[in-house]
Design a protein. Sequence first.
Length: 203
Amino acid sequence: MPEARPEVTRSRRAPKPSAEPPSTRLDLTIRAPRVEDGAAMWALVHEVGTLDPNSAYLYLLLADRFAETCAIAERDGRLVAMLTGFVPPRDPSTYFVWQIGVDPSARGEQLASRLIEHVLARHPSVSFLEATVSPSNDASLALFRSFARCRDATLATHAGYGAELFPHAPDRPQHDRPPHEAEPLLRIGPFANSSAPRARAAR
């Protein structure tokens, strides 16, 4: 792995979703997705507008076969936030965050952090969190820096995926194809993982 630049911050058919009771706060329910949620997850990605769109079939697979490493938040039966990710087979101590989407109506409720904590509570052997984040994605950078502070963990930045690795859209003229930004890899940890986040995480 490339040399890290540490930033220390202080202050299935996979198994079906587990039977643990969902995390509920006021009128919001956080739980593992079911295959029936795949279409709504796909729709939320398009509604958010800042996430890379993928096929609807992919979200059916994630909601079904990767349900144990994904989470959704719903209010009044409507999906308002989602987290997709996985535990890499070659590194079971790490949880990799792929996409987080929050409906504009639910912003300001710390749903991204709460979804991550919900998944981590299901995987007590995880002690590192990874994600690739483009330099212009200030919201995601702030989220992961906050997570590192709340866990008293080191945040290190690695090379990740360079811009040259991403293809251009073939159906657009060359001059109208904005290059895909590089996706540096953030790695946070090690941290203690328990079913309840530290008190500071709720601030």
